[in-house]
Design a protein around this ligand. Structure first.
Ligand SMILES: Cc1cc2nc3c(=O)[nH]c(=O)nc-3n(C[C@H](O)[C@H](O)[C@H](O)COP(=O)(O)O)c2cc1C
Length: 213
């Protein structure tokens, strides 16, 4: 069953990333269109994001669920052109630097390791940060902005450069910005600039004990 598919006519405005995903992705069961519309483009215009837009992204992250409402996430960020920008940009592997130069924002998510109530290790601190990231990504999609998660950066260098204390883990980074025409990307990235598919449900769920082949 096709879900969230636009009518036959192409959109009158230039296709935005959510439009592109809606046209190219198929859900096996009906789900909220926003989930299908979120994907990870790399083409960004280099324009700034307004403070209000940036805060809306973090606000979305703030409302994510977490164990005991621990809210383990801490968002460290830099806007392009600021004095902090090189600190963040220099953490990225070359392959990510190749497209992040046009992002408006780079963010590192740090995760508090221990529970506030008893100081014991929190087994889901990174999981909870993932919840916050997904909220941010969905909010960005609704605002027709790009959010793209990244593991391709130097985690240890990040800890030192951004002065992240030992009781926090480095979870991940993401780039955010305004979408741009994929033609603006270097050739090899242009090829990859499309919403990806997913494994079929029967490969990722089983009723009862683990029984995947
Ligand atoms: C935690 C995390 C780390 C990722 N790291 C990178 C990265 O370093 N570079 C990159 O280009 N994409 C990265 N991605 C993007 C994934 O490749 C992408 O989310 C995945 O292929 C699914 O595609 P979609 O987000 O377009 O649906 C990352 C995504 C996540 C959530």
């Amino acid at each position: 069953m096709k879900v969230g598919v636009l009518p036959d006519l192409p959109p009158a405005e230039p296709a935005t990333p959510p439009d592109v995903a809606r046209l190219q992705r198929t859900a096996a069961y009906p789900i909220e269109p926003l989930i299908m519309e979120r994907w990870s483009p790399r083409a960004m215009s280099g324009e700034e994001l307004a403070s209000k837009e940036i805060m809306a992204l973090f606000e979305a992250g703030r409302w994510a669920p977490s164990t005991y409402n621990e809210q383990e996430w801490r968002f460290l960020y830099a806007r392009r052109g600021s004095k902090e920008w090189p600190l963040f940009f220099d953490l990225l592997v070359e392959a990510n630097q190749a497209w992040c130069g046009n992002a408006a924002l780079l963010c590192l998510i740090a995760a508090k390791k221990n529970l506030s109530q008893n100081g014991k290790p929190n087994p889901v601190h990174l999981f909870d940060c993932g919840n916050a990231f997904e909220n941010i990504a969905l909010q960005a999609t609704a605002m027709k902005l790009v959010v793209h998660g990244m593991a391709g950066f130097d985690f240890e260098k990040a800890r030192m450069a951004l002065k992240i204390p030992e009781d926090f883990d480095v979870a991940a980074m993401f780039a955010a910005g305004r979408p741009a025409d994929p033609e603006t990307l270097p050739e090899e990235l242009r090829q990859k600039e499309k919403p990806s598919d997913r494994k079929p449900l029967d490969q990722i769920i089983c009723e009862g004990p683990f029984s995947f082949v």
